[in-house]
Ligand binder design. Structure first.
Ligand code: ADP
Length: 358
Protein backbone atom coordinates (compact mmCIF):
# COMPACT_ATOMS: atom_id res chain seq x y z
CA UNK A 1 0.00 0.00 0.00
CA UNK A 2 1.31 3.44 -0.96
CA UNK A 3 1.57 5.93 1.90
CA UNK A 4 0.74 9.56 1.20
CA UNK A 5 2.31 12.19 3.38
CA UNK A 6 0.21 15.04 4.69
CA UNK A 7 1.08 18.29 2.91
CA UNK A 8 3.39 20.52 4.91
CA UNK A 9 1.64 23.00 7.13
CA UNK A 10 2.72 25.55 9.72
CA UNK A 11 1.73 23.05 12.42
CA UNK A 12 3.90 20.28 10.95
CA UNK A 13 6.85 22.68 10.72
CA UNK A 14 6.40 23.76 14.34
CA UNK A 15 6.09 20.15 15.49
CA UNK A 16 9.25 19.23 13.60
CA UNK A 17 11.16 22.03 15.32
CA UNK A 18 9.69 21.51 18.79
CA UNK A 19 12.56 19.22 19.96
CA UNK A 20 15.04 22.02 19.17
CA UNK A 21 13.36 25.37 19.87
CA UNK A 22 10.17 26.67 21.44
CA UNK A 23 7.41 27.66 19.04
CA UNK A 24 7.33 31.19 20.47
CA UNK A 25 10.71 31.86 18.87
CA UNK A 26 9.54 30.88 15.39
CA UNK A 27 8.03 33.53 13.15
CA UNK A 28 6.98 34.12 9.58
CA UNK A 29 6.83 30.51 8.38
CA UNK A 30 6.55 30.47 4.62
CA UNK A 31 5.93 27.18 2.80
CA UNK A 32 6.30 26.68 -0.94
CA UNK A 33 6.41 23.46 -2.96
CA UNK A 34 10.13 22.87 -2.44
CA UNK A 35 11.05 25.19 0.37
CA UNK A 36 10.31 26.29 3.90
CA UNK A 37 11.63 29.60 5.17
CA UNK A 38 11.18 31.11 8.58
CA UNK A 39 12.66 33.44 11.13
CA UNK A 40 14.14 32.17 14.35
CA UNK A 41 14.41 34.63 17.18
CA UNK A 42 17.79 34.21 18.85
CA UNK A 43 17.94 33.13 22.50
CA UNK A 44 19.78 35.80 24.51
CA UNK A 45 20.86 33.17 27.05
CA UNK A 46 22.87 31.44 24.33
CA UNK A 47 26.02 32.53 22.54
CA UNK A 48 25.92 33.41 18.86
CA UNK A 49 27.56 30.03 18.08
CA UNK A 50 24.96 28.13 20.12
CA UNK A 51 22.17 30.03 18.40
CA UNK A 52 23.79 29.26 15.06
CA UNK A 53 24.00 25.55 15.99
CA UNK A 54 20.30 25.59 16.84
CA UNK A 55 19.52 27.22 13.52
CA UNK A 56 21.40 24.48 11.67
CA UNK A 57 19.69 21.76 13.75
CA UNK A 58 16.34 23.27 12.80
CA UNK A 59 17.31 23.19 9.11
CA UNK A 60 18.21 19.48 9.45
CA UNK A 61 14.95 18.67 11.20
CA UNK A 62 13.00 20.34 8.40
CA UNK A 63 14.97 18.56 5.68
CA UNK A 64 14.45 15.25 7.49
CA UNK A 65 10.72 15.63 6.91
CA UNK A 66 11.64 14.59 3.38
CA UNK A 67 9.13 16.88 1.70
CA UNK A 68 11.24 19.87 0.77
CA UNK A 69 14.54 20.48 -0.98
CA UNK A 70 15.51 23.59 0.93
CA UNK A 71 15.03 25.09 4.38
CA UNK A 72 16.01 28.69 4.98
CA UNK A 73 16.14 30.06 8.47
CA UNK A 74 17.17 33.59 9.41
CA UNK A 75 18.30 34.20 12.95
CA UNK A 76 17.22 37.58 14.31
CA UNK A 77 18.13 39.45 17.45
CA UNK A 78 15.84 38.53 20.31
CA UNK A 79 13.45 40.99 21.93
CA UNK A 80 15.25 42.96 24.61
CA UNK A 81 18.72 42.12 23.34
CA UNK A 82 19.34 45.38 21.56
CA UNK A 83 20.32 48.56 23.40
CA UNK A 84 17.19 50.49 22.40
CA UNK A 85 15.01 47.80 24.01
CA UNK A 86 16.59 48.54 27.33
CA UNK A 87 15.75 52.25 27.33
CA UNK A 88 13.33 53.02 30.14
CA UNK A 89 10.31 55.04 29.04
CA UNK A 90 10.22 58.55 30.50
CA UNK A 91 7.92 59.15 33.46
CA UNK A 92 4.50 60.68 32.87
CA UNK A 93 2.60 60.74 29.64
CA UNK A 94 5.25 62.26 27.43
CA UNK A 95 6.00 60.45 24.18
CA UNK A 96 8.90 58.02 24.40
CA UNK A 97 12.23 59.66 23.60
CA UNK A 98 13.58 58.72 20.17
CA UNK A 99 16.61 56.43 20.38
CA UNK A 100 20.07 57.95 20.22
CA UNK A 101 21.87 56.93 17.03
CA UNK A 102 24.79 54.60 17.65
CA UNK A 103 28.06 54.81 15.80
CA UNK A 104 28.87 51.60 13.93
CA UNK A 105 32.29 50.46 15.14
CA UNK A 106 35.13 50.37 12.62
CA UNK A 107 33.24 52.17 9.89
CA UNK A 108 34.16 55.75 8.98
CA UNK A 109 30.92 56.62 7.22
CA UNK A 110 27.55 54.93 6.86
CA UNK A 111 25.53 56.44 4.04
CA UNK A 112 21.95 55.43 3.37
CA UNK A 113 20.33 55.23 -0.02
CA UNK A 114 16.65 55.98 0.28
CA UNK A 115 13.60 56.61 -1.81
CA UNK A 116 10.05 57.50 -1.01
CA UNK A 117 8.75 54.92 -3.49
CA UNK A 118 9.70 51.36 -4.36
CA UNK A 119 10.81 50.41 -7.86
CA UNK A 120 12.55 53.70 -8.64
CA UNK A 121 16.01 52.11 -8.82
CA UNK A 122 17.24 52.50 -5.23
CA UNK A 123 18.95 49.10 -5.18
CA UNK A 124 20.39 49.63 -8.65
CA UNK A 125 21.92 52.92 -7.48
CA UNK A 126 23.16 51.36 -4.21
CA UNK A 127 24.97 48.53 -6.03
CA UNK A 128 26.56 50.74 -8.66
CA UNK A 129 27.41 53.54 -6.25
CA UNK A 130 29.11 51.07 -3.90
CA UNK A 131 31.18 49.58 -6.73
CA UNK A 132 32.04 53.06 -8.04
CA UNK A 133 33.25 54.09 -4.57
CA UNK A 134 35.32 50.87 -4.41
CA UNK A 135 36.73 51.60 -7.91
CA UNK A 136 37.86 54.96 -6.61
CA UNK A 137 40.08 53.17 -4.10
CA UNK A 138 37.95 53.18 -0.95
CA UNK A 139 37.12 50.14 1.16
CA UNK A 140 33.37 49.77 0.79
CA UNK A 141 30.55 47.67 2.22
CA UNK A 142 26.98 47.26 1.06
CA UNK A 143 24.16 46.25 3.41
CA UNK A 144 20.80 45.30 1.97
CA UNK A 145 18.22 46.88 4.22
CA UNK A 146 15.47 46.33 1.69
CA UNK A 147 14.27 43.35 3.62
CA UNK A 148 10.75 43.24 2.24
CA UNK A 149 12.04 42.77 -1.28
CA UNK A 150 15.76 42.09 -1.13
CA UNK A 151 17.27 42.33 -4.58
CA UNK A 152 20.87 43.18 -3.77
CA UNK A 153 21.75 39.51 -3.32
CA UNK A 154 20.65 38.87 -6.89
CA UNK A 155 22.22 42.06 -8.23
CA UNK A 156 25.59 41.33 -6.63
CA UNK A 157 25.47 37.60 -7.36
CA UNK A 158 25.54 36.61 -3.69
CA UNK A 159 24.56 33.00 -3.17
CA UNK A 160 26.43 31.78 -0.13
CA UNK A 161 25.62 32.43 3.51
CA UNK A 162 28.07 34.62 5.40
CA UNK A 163 30.55 32.90 7.72
CA UNK A 164 30.22 33.61 11.43
CA UNK A 165 33.37 34.29 13.45
CA UNK A 166 33.51 35.41 17.09
CA UNK A 167 29.76 35.99 17.03
CA UNK A 168 30.00 38.29 14.04
CA UNK A 169 28.97 37.75 10.44
CA UNK A 170 31.81 38.12 7.95
CA UNK A 171 30.53 39.93 4.85
CA UNK A 172 31.86 38.17 1.73
CA UNK A 173 33.45 40.36 -0.97
CA UNK A 174 31.70 40.58 -4.33
CA UNK A 175 32.99 42.81 -7.09
CA UNK A 176 35.36 44.52 -4.64
CA UNK A 177 32.60 45.32 -2.15
CA UNK A 178 31.86 43.62 1.17
CA UNK A 179 28.22 42.61 0.96
CA UNK A 180 25.60 41.48 3.41
CA UNK A 181 22.05 40.92 2.43
CA UNK A 182 19.13 39.34 4.16
CA UNK A 183 18.54 37.78 0.76
CA UNK A 184 21.77 35.80 1.22
CA UNK A 185 20.57 34.54 4.57
CA UNK A 186 16.99 33.82 3.73
CA UNK A 187 16.81 33.73 -0.06
CA UNK A 188 14.54 35.95 -2.11
CA UNK A 189 11.30 34.49 -0.74
CA UNK A 190 11.15 36.61 2.37
CA UNK A 191 7.86 36.01 4.15
CA UNK A 192 5.62 39.07 3.94
CA UNK A 193 4.62 38.68 7.55
CA UNK A 194 8.12 39.76 8.49
CA UNK A 195 7.38 43.37 9.32
CA UNK A 196 7.74 46.13 11.85
CA UNK A 197 9.98 45.62 14.87
CA UNK A 198 11.36 42.31 13.58
CA UNK A 199 12.59 44.04 10.47
CA UNK A 200 14.32 46.83 12.35
CA UNK A 201 16.00 44.33 14.65
CA UNK A 202 17.18 42.21 11.78
CA UNK A 203 18.47 45.25 9.92
CA UNK A 204 20.41 46.43 12.91
CA UNK A 205 21.90 42.98 13.19
CA UNK A 206 23.09 43.32 9.60
CA UNK A 207 24.85 46.57 10.40
CA UNK A 208 26.03 46.06 14.00
CA UNK A 209 26.38 42.27 13.99
CA UNK A 210 28.91 42.09 11.18
CA UNK A 211 32.64 42.58 10.96
CA UNK A 212 32.77 45.32 8.33
CA UNK A 213 36.19 46.56 9.37
CA UNK A 214 38.71 46.34 12.17
CA UNK A 215 40.38 48.79 14.50
CA UNK A 216 43.47 48.91 12.31
CA UNK A 217 41.58 48.75 9.01
CA UNK A 218 38.24 50.50 9.36
CA UNK A 219 35.87 50.39 6.42
CA UNK A 220 35.73 53.75 4.61
CA UNK A 221 32.05 53.67 3.61
CA UNK A 222 29.10 51.39 4.25
CA UNK A 223 26.29 51.92 1.75
CA UNK A 224 23.00 51.01 3.38
CA UNK A 225 20.12 50.29 1.02
CA UNK A 226 17.08 51.33 3.05
CA UNK A 227 13.62 49.83 2.62
CA UNK A 228 11.53 52.13 0.40
CA UNK A 229 9.14 54.51 2.08
CA UNK A 230 9.07 56.79 5.07
CA UNK A 231 7.27 54.70 7.67
CA UNK A 232 8.25 53.47 11.10
CA UNK A 233 10.78 50.96 9.80
CA UNK A 234 12.78 53.62 7.98
CA UNK A 235 12.46 56.12 10.81
CA UNK A 236 13.62 53.62 13.42
CA UNK A 237 16.57 52.62 11.23
CA UNK A 238 17.80 56.16 10.75
CA UNK A 239 17.24 56.96 14.41
CA UNK A 240 19.37 54.05 15.54
CA UNK A 241 22.40 54.28 13.30
CA UNK A 242 24.73 57.26 13.04
CA UNK A 243 24.53 58.18 9.37
CA UNK A 244 26.91 60.56 7.60
CA UNK A 245 24.19 61.28 5.09
CA UNK A 246 21.61 59.96 2.69
CA UNK A 247 21.41 59.78 -1.08
CA UNK A 248 17.84 60.06 -2.35
CA UNK A 249 16.79 58.28 -5.52
CA UNK A 250 13.78 59.24 -7.58
CA UNK A 251 12.38 58.98 -11.07
CA UNK A 252 11.29 62.26 -12.69
CA UNK A 253 7.54 61.65 -12.22
CA UNK A 254 5.46 63.87 -9.96
CA UNK A 255 4.23 60.89 -7.91
CA UNK A 256 7.82 59.95 -7.14
CA UNK A 257 8.62 63.55 -6.25
CA UNK A 258 5.79 63.66 -3.71
CA UNK A 259 7.32 60.68 -1.92
CA UNK A 260 10.82 62.12 -2.13
CA UNK A 261 9.54 65.24 -0.36
CA UNK A 262 8.28 63.01 2.46
CA UNK A 263 11.66 61.26 2.65
CA UNK A 264 13.43 64.64 2.66
CA UNK A 265 11.22 65.79 5.55
CA UNK A 266 11.95 62.60 7.48
CA UNK A 267 15.73 62.95 7.11
CA UNK A 268 15.54 66.63 8.07
CA UNK A 269 13.59 65.68 11.19
CA UNK A 270 16.29 63.27 12.32
CA UNK A 271 19.03 65.70 11.22
CA UNK A 272 20.60 63.37 8.69
CA UNK A 273 22.15 65.48 5.90
CA UNK A 274 20.94 64.79 2.37
CA UNK A 275 24.12 64.29 0.34
CA UNK A 276 22.17 64.65 -2.88
CA UNK A 277 19.51 63.37 -5.24
CA UNK A 278 20.01 60.93 -8.10
CA UNK A 279 17.42 61.13 -10.85
CA UNK A 280 16.88 57.65 -12.30
CA UNK A 281 15.19 56.67 -15.57
CA UNK A 282 15.51 60.30 -16.64
CA UNK A 283 15.12 59.47 -20.32
CA UNK A 284 16.58 57.56 -23.24
CA UNK A 285 20.13 58.43 -24.10
CA UNK A 286 20.56 59.74 -27.66
CA UNK A 287 23.61 59.27 -29.88
CA UNK A 288 24.87 62.73 -28.91
CA UNK A 289 24.65 61.86 -25.18
CA UNK A 290 21.53 63.97 -24.53
CA UNK A 291 18.49 62.44 -22.82
CA UNK A 292 15.12 62.16 -24.53
CA UNK A 293 12.70 62.47 -21.56
CA UNK A 294 10.23 59.65 -21.00
CA UNK A 295 8.47 60.81 -17.84
CA UNK A 296 8.70 64.60 -18.31
CA UNK A 297 11.49 67.02 -18.94
CA UNK A 298 14.21 67.34 -16.33
CA UNK A 299 14.33 70.63 -14.45
CA UNK A 300 10.67 71.62 -15.03
CA UNK A 301 8.33 72.59 -12.17
CA UNK A 302 7.21 69.43 -10.33
CA UNK A 303 10.31 67.54 -11.43
CA UNK A 304 12.99 66.17 -9.15
CA UNK A 305 15.84 68.26 -10.58
CA UNK A 306 13.72 71.39 -10.13
CA UNK A 307 12.94 70.38 -6.55
CA UNK A 308 16.65 69.82 -5.85
CA UNK A 309 17.47 73.32 -7.12
CA UNK A 310 14.60 74.86 -5.16
CA UNK A 311 15.58 73.21 -1.88
CA UNK A 312 19.35 73.50 -2.41
CA UNK A 313 19.86 69.75 -2.30
CA UNK A 314 22.86 68.83 -4.46
CA UNK A 315 21.74 67.20 -7.71
CA UNK A 316 24.15 64.32 -8.15
CA UNK A 317 23.21 63.23 -11.65
CA UNK A 318 20.68 61.73 -14.04
CA UNK A 319 20.68 58.11 -15.14
CA UNK A 320 19.10 57.12 -18.43
CA UNK A 321 16.59 54.34 -18.83
CA UNK A 322 19.02 51.75 -20.10
CA UNK A 323 18.79 48.00 -20.54
CA UNK A 324 22.43 47.72 -19.39
CA UNK A 325 21.33 48.57 -15.85
CA UNK A 326 18.60 45.95 -15.62
CA UNK A 327 20.61 43.32 -17.53
CA UNK A 328 23.59 43.78 -15.22
CA UNK A 329 21.29 43.59 -12.20
CA UNK A 330 19.66 40.38 -13.42
CA UNK A 331 23.04 38.85 -14.24
CA UNK A 332 24.25 39.41 -10.67
CA UNK A 333 26.95 41.91 -11.51
CA UNK A 334 27.34 45.67 -11.44
CA UNK A 335 27.85 47.60 -14.68
CA UNK A 336 30.91 46.89 -16.78
CA UNK A 337 33.45 49.64 -17.47
CA UNK A 338 32.00 52.09 -19.98
CA UNK A 339 28.34 51.10 -19.40
CA UNK A 340 27.23 54.29 -17.63
CA UNK A 341 30.04 53.76 -15.14
CA UNK A 342 31.29 57.30 -15.75
CA UNK A 343 28.01 58.67 -14.32
CA UNK A 344 28.44 56.59 -11.16
CA UNK A 345 32.14 57.52 -10.95
CA UNK A 346 31.15 61.22 -10.95
CA UNK A 347 28.52 60.60 -8.25
CA UNK A 348 31.06 58.65 -6.19
CA UNK A 349 33.57 61.48 -6.53
CA UNK A 350 31.07 64.04 -5.28
CA UNK A 351 30.15 61.87 -2.33
CA UNK A 352 33.82 61.37 -1.46
CA UNK A 353 34.24 65.13 -1.42
CA UNK A 354 31.21 65.65 0.77
CA UNK A 355 32.50 63.05 3.23
CA UNK A 356 35.99 64.57 3.06
CA UNK A 357 37.36 61.21 1.92
CA UNK A 358 39.95 62.64 -0.46
P1 ADP B 1 14.09 49.74 -5.99
O1 ADP B 1 15.29 49.31 -5.21
O2 ADP B 1 13.85 51.21 -5.91
O3 ADP B 1 12.86 48.94 -5.69
P2 ADP B 1 15.43 48.49 -8.24
O4 ADP B 1 16.80 49.06 -8.20
O5 ADP B 1 15.23 47.10 -7.73
O6 ADP B 1 14.39 49.47 -7.54
O7 ADP B 1 14.92 48.63 -9.75
C1 ADP B 1 13.67 48.11 -10.17
C2 ADP B 1 13.85 47.47 -11.55
O8 ADP B 1 14.14 48.48 -12.52
C3 ADP B 1 15.01 46.49 -11.62
O9 ADP B 1 14.65 45.42 -12.46
C4 ADP B 1 16.14 47.29 -12.23
O10 ADP B 1 17.05 46.46 -12.95
C5 ADP B 1 15.38 48.21 -13.17
N1 ADP B 1 16.06 49.52 -13.34
C6 ADP B 1 16.41 50.40 -12.37
N2 ADP B 1 16.96 51.51 -12.92
C7 ADP B 1 16.95 51.33 -14.26
C8 ADP B 1 17.38 52.12 -15.39
N3 ADP B 1 17.90 53.34 -15.22
N4 ADP B 1 17.23 51.60 -16.62
C9 ADP B 1 16.68 50.38 -16.81
N5 ADP B 1 16.25 49.58 -15.82
C10 ADP B 1 16.37 50.05 -14.55
Amino acid sequence: MKLFKKPLSQQIVEQALAPVVSTSRIHGISITKNQVSLILEADTALSQEENETQRRQCINHLLNLGQIKEAKIALTAAKGSLPQDKQTPPAGKTAPKPPTPRHVPHIRHVIAVGSGKGGVGKSTVSVNLATALARSGLSVGLADGDILGPSLARMMGITQEPEVENQQMIPPSHHGVKCLSMGAILGENVPVVWRGPMVTKALQQLVFGAKWGSETQPLDVLVLDLPPGTGDIQLTMVQNITLSGVVLVSTPQQVALMDVKKAHTMFNKVEVPVLGIVENMAGIQQADGSLQPVFGASGKEGNIAHYAAETHIPFLGSLPLDGALSTAGDAGSPLKEGQLTDIFDDIALEIRQKLALN
